[in-house]
Design a protein around this ligand. Structure first.
Ligand SMILES: *Cc1c(COP(=O)(O)O)cnc(C)c1O
Length: 402
């Protein structure tokens, strides 16, 4: 043994973690339902009859959540970004032209992944803080051949929503493009219909809309995309772990690819089961009501939302921090004093509050809105906290228009 490499001095986690767990109300990860947390503590054999039953159900529930009848629902041991990389690496070949619709950080990542597999990424930037304009997409599609389109449903980084996703997907189909959608943030928080809208790949992560753990992700390929790009592929993909042909062995043939992240898959199973138990319709309603109520509460206090209503994402809300205050100070105060954690945003002086999965619960909203108002005040921002709280209460108790 090398004597100069000594045993490091380590403190136990209880000295590192806060004494009281923080309420996770940022842009993910989000709080875990108890059933999900419990499932995540179990280890089983990664192959065999028990795992096969679990996988069968995960795929069936995945089909419901993605709204697809495709037999190509697959999981991946990795973050949402690994699922993004898996979709791109399997669907884009060198020199193929991809129209990458970019609203911000995560949609840019799809372009970056495209370039890495030697695809030609043609960037269509939307106007700042706006969702994609369908006519603009068509104008670009008319300029030449494209093999695929990539876009996000919700751009978590600046809280912009591409509300015309369905139209873009249909347009893509008309122009012979595969349509690849990142729904890491939004899946199960708002409508997304893979088959009806003509989407070829949907990507999601665990730790956002689905309220599972980070690090185990799910994606679906359409039958059409699978048959065209994956089923008969002869050349070797650069990525071995992300090769969908190999992943299919585990996800559809009960055999070995790599050791599946069993605990995380059990957690995902429970997260999906809770979605099925709630039903998508009710879940969308809960998210919409909670997000609108929170937005009304924030504006009721006198704060400004970053994105105008026609382009605003409900799954994550961006709040402008008044000039004389600093987002980081507000955030620190919130976590230290109120034990509520929210997010900053890649250098912008804004704060982001998530409305994904377990975050969209009335009791979490009251605590978070109060903590936000109180922490803004501590940073010298003048606001009307009681009116904000009253607005939250009012909108939460108003039935949604049908
Ligand atoms: C969080 C997020 C990702 C990345 O997920 P990771 O698990 O951090 O890799 C990608 N796209 C969107 C829209 C996201 O919100």
């Amino acid at each position: 043994m090398n004597q100069s490499i000594a045993i490091p001095s380590i403190v136990s986690l209880e000295h590192i973690l806060p004494e009281e767990p923080l309420l996770m109300m940022g842009a993910g990860p989000v709080p875990l339902p108890q059933k999900v947390a419990a499932a995540n503590s179990i280890v089983i054999n990664h192959l065999g009859e028990t795992m096969s039953k679990v996988i069968r159900q995960v795929k069936d529930m995945g089909r419901y959540v993605f709204q697809t009848s495709s037999s190509h629902v697959l999981g991946v041991a990795g973050p949402g970004s690994a699922a993004m990389e898996m979709a791109i690496a399997n669907l884009i070949r060198p020199n193929e032209r991809v129209l990458c619709i970019c609203n911000g950080y995560f949609s840019q990542r799809l372009a970056e992944l495209t370039r890495r597999v030697r695809g030609e990424a043609v960037i269509l930037e939307t106007r700042p803080n706006e969702g994609v304009d369908v006519a603009e997409v068509e104008r670009v599609l008319q300029t030449g051949h494209f093999d695929a389109i990539t876009l996000v449903q919700g751009e978590t980084s600046n809280t912009v929503h591409n509300k015309h996703l369905a139209e873009v997907a249909q347009l893509g189909k008309r122009y012979g493009c595969l349509v690849i959608v990142d729904a890491v943030c939004t899946l199960s928080t708002m409508p997304l219909e893979m088959d009806n809208w003509g989407i070829d790949a949907i990507i999601t992560g665990g730790q956002k809309g689905l309220s599972s753990i980070p690090g185990v992700s799910l994606l679906a390929f359409s039958e059409q995309a699978w048959n065209k790009k994956i089923a008969n592929r002869q050349e070797l993909l650069f990525h071995w772990c992300l090769d969908a042909q190999l992943a299919d062995r585990f996800w559809n043939q009960s055999s070995y690819h790599y050791t599946a992240p069993v605990s995380g898959i059990l957690a995902l199973h429970e997260a999906l089961r809770l979605v099925c138990e709630e039903t998508l319709t009710k879940r969308f309603g809960r998210h919409l009501r909670c997000s609108r109520a929170l937005q009304a509460g924030i504006e009721g206090m006198g704060l400004e939302l970053l994105i105008a209503e026609p382009h605003r994402l409900n799954s994550v809300i961006g709040i402008v921090v008044p000039e004389h205050a600093a987002a980081d100070n507000v955030r620190n105060y919130m976590s230290q004093v109120h034990k509520v954690e929210i997010s900053g945003a890649f250098g912008l002086n804004i704060l982001r509050i998530g409305q994904m999965g377990e975050q969209s619960r009335a009791h979490n909203l009251f605590r978070t809105l109060h903590a936000l108002g109180s922490s803004m005040r501590a940073s010298g921002v003048k606001l009307d906290l009681p009116t904000g709280m009253a607005e939250l209460e009012r909108v939460l108790s108003t039935p949604l228009p049908t």
